[in-house]
Write a protein that binds this ligand. Structure first.
Ligand code: GLY
Length: 350
């Protein structure tokens, strides 16, 4: 049996295709921090991420609300069947079923909505928005969330793309030597193995924006941990964990191993740190340290794979990876144009 750690993986999906063409947008200096309003931040930096950032920016720059901007941007990423970590095309759970988590929080009205384990709906963040705006609840899950979505006119569709199905079958054949998936036992050793290391992902996307009125809104949306146990809910739909917004301060959000983000209430913590005067960048780094300090007493070598993003009401942004060799980046757009904003690694690998 091949042993691949699910705990120390790093998020690889977000930086793919980073060299993609920036159409209308132009890059400005890689240093400094854009601090004019309105502003939008999107976790994805691939072609779809850039398209999403531009679409959100179009709304913000024409005087639209942060609420509409973040939904529009997140929908573009959710609907991209090539992406394997958010919405349609996401890697399924252990049983081959795509289960989505998403949340939205609106600073102006201090409202939030979320869905967990939602199946068959391509745009879970839009369902979360309806939970927020049309119910007195914050979170709906599973089959009842699907029924709710259908009542609001969302179309039920198969979310499993060929690409994701093939990845799932590969995982199914390789993840255990105690089941009957894969070639017959007597042929296993005779066949040349093209087995690759199983790649677990918790890609996810975060979209945070401050509009011209200074109102702050955020979305986190994901298909969650690949091959997860059915019913597993990550941090993304949990307000305070995968997302938090305070209209007086700013917003913060997470991607990566949701279990740690839930235990440390990371997004709430980052926003509270900004409230105490820390910059968004410092707040992201503080939240990483909080997690590592906890594990120090249990397993000092354990650095789980998370990336944190934050924005303050002034439009300053921050991003930090837990560990690795390559600094994390994200899409940021304001009146100066598009930029691929680079952050820091909290615990770099030499
Ligand atoms: N952060 C996404 C997840 O753990 O599901």
């Amino acid at each position: 049996m091949k042993k691949i750690s699910r705990r120390n993986f790093f998020n690889t999906s977000l930086s793919l295709g980073a060299g993609a063409m920036i159409s209308r947008a132009f890059s400005f200096a890689q240093t400094g921090n854009p601090s004019s309003l309105p502003v939008i931040l999107v976790a994805h930096t691939n072609e779809t991420g850039i398209k999403a950032t531009e679409a959100g920016w179009d709304i913000l720059s024409s005087g639209g609300s942060a609420l509409d901007a973040v939904e529009k941007a997140a929908n573009i990423i959710e609907l991209d069947g090539e992406g394997t970590s958010v919405g349609y095309g996401g890697i399924p759970n252990e049983h081959g079923v795509v289960q989505l988590d998403a949340s939205i929080m609106d600073g102006k009205t201090y409202s939030a909505g979320s869905v967990g384990c939602l199946e068959n709906i391509k745009t879970p963040c839009s369902v979360a928005r309806i939970v927020m705006e049309r119910t007195d609840h914050v979170m709906l899950v599973g089959k009842d969330a699907l029924e709710f979505a259908k009542k609001w006119g969302f179309k039920e569709e198969d979310l499993l793309t060929e690409k994701a199905r093939k990845r799932w079958l590969e995982w199914k054949e390789n993840h255990s030597d105690r089941d009957d998936w894969g070639p017959p036992e007597h042929l296993k050793d005779l066949q040349p193995s093209d087995e690759k290391d199983i790649e677990y992902t918790t890609g996810t996307t975060n979209v945070l924006a401050v509009d011209k009125n200074g109102d702050v809104v955020g979305i986190t949306t994901t298909s969650g941990l690949s091959y997860k146990i059915p019913g597993r809910v990550g941090d993304s739909p949990i307000i305070g964990a995968g997302l938090y917004v305070d209209n007086e301060v700013g917003a913060a959000a997470a991607t990566g191993r949701g279990e740690d983000v839930i235990k440390s209430c990371s997004s709430f913590y980052m926003v509270m740190r900004m409230k105490e005067g820390r910059t968004p960048q410092q707040a992201c780094e503080d939240a990483m340290k909080l997690i590592v300090d906890k594990y120090k007493k249990v397993n000092p070598k354990f650095f789980p794979g998370e990336t944190f993003r934050a924005i303050n009401k002034q439009g300053e942004v921050g991003i930090c990876n837990m560990r690795g060799r390559r600094a994390p980046s994200m899409s940021v757009m304001n009146v100066s144009g598009y930029r691929r904003h680079q952050g820091t690694i909290a615990f770099p690998v030499e």
